[in-house]
Ligand binder design. Structure first.
Ligand code: SPD
Length: 278
């Protein structure tokens, strides 16, 4: 038995599956969980790969430590989406963190991940973590100048995630950030989501002074060449705390100070797609 993700009839990914562990239609999306032959448990939403036990570390380390090692003393972080808990687990590796708020629209994702992905949900009951299950867009409106970092750990720009790729959303993010804060959002693949990358980085550039796309090699996402984009009025991912980055790297399987620098080097075809300002 194979799980197959089709990339817009252009290509597809196949993963050998031992058995299906769970399937349901939640209020928001189709949730499937499989036991794969090689990658451990696999979560898909509306038929798209979100994570596997074996490769999730790449995405979660890169969406968290790049911005966190750039902020001098990160204390308060908001994760929009991220219901599997992987981003929260990584954020809590930073000693200065006092509060992590996770706002996931679909509580069923978190409930099921607690059963099938204990390695990503393992820190969700830490006393510094506050969980909310509601629309992230609306939730954030209640905050002003509060967070050092806001991470958009969303699914793709289809279904419930679509509003998280638009300028109105980035304006709300900016309001909820402290003046010296930074946001980072997963920003898709330059091979299959060229238009999304152009429009979302353009929208970020309308709101923030510095927009910086970087690369993470996520094996099971379309093409494997995945991007994340950070935006801030004052911080630049180039100016990071190398010493703290090296310390965090001791706990990581992908992220380290050399990766931090190298991830910012974009191939020419990617530079031509994004509207980066730095
Ligand atoms: N095409 C898959 C993009 C999914 C990005 N978010 C995954 C959530 C992992 N925490």
């Amino acid at each position: 038995m194979w799980f197959v993700e089709n990339y817009d009839e252009k290509a597809s990914l196949g993963l050998k599956v031992r058995k299906k562990l769970h399937e349901e239609q939640s209020k928001f999306q189709k949730i499937d969980i499989y036991e794969t032959e090689f990658f451990g448990s696999l979560l898909t939403l509306d038929g798209l790969v979100m994570l596997t036990e074996k490769d999730e570390f790449v995405y979660h380390e890169m969406i968290t430590h790049m911005p966190l090692c750039t902020i001098r003393n990160p204390e308060r972080v908001l994760v929009i989406g991220g219901g599997d808990g992987g981003a929260v687990r990584e954020i809590l590796k930073h000693d200065s963190i006092k509060e992590v708020v996770m706002c996931e629209i679909d509580q069923r994702v978190t409930d099921l991940c607690r059963i099938y992905f204990p390695s990503t949900t393992c820190k969700l009951d830490d006393p510094r973590v506050k969980l909310h299950f509601e629309d992230g867009f609306k939730f954030m409106d209640g905050y002003e100048g509060y967070f050092d970092l806001i991470i958009t750990d969303s699914s793709d720009p289809v279904g419930p995630g679509v509003a998280l790729f638009q300028e109105d959303y980035y304006r709300l993010v900016k309001k909820a950030l402290k003046p010296g804060g930074i946001m980072v959002s997963q920003s898709e693949s330059p091979w299959y989501f060229e238009d999304t990358m152009t429009s979302m980085t353009g929208a970020m550039a309308n709101v923030f002074k510095n927009v910086q796309t970087y690369i993470a090699l996520v094996t099971l996402y379309p093409s494997g060449l995945w991007t994340m984009t950070a935006a801030s009025d004052s911080l630049s991912l180039y100016d990071f705390d190398e010493k703290r980055s090296a310390k965090i790297a001791e706990t990581c399987k992908y992220y380290n100070p050399e990766i931090h620098k190298g991830a910012l080097a974009l191939p020419n075809f990617v530079k031509n797609i994004v509207r980066n300002t730095k």
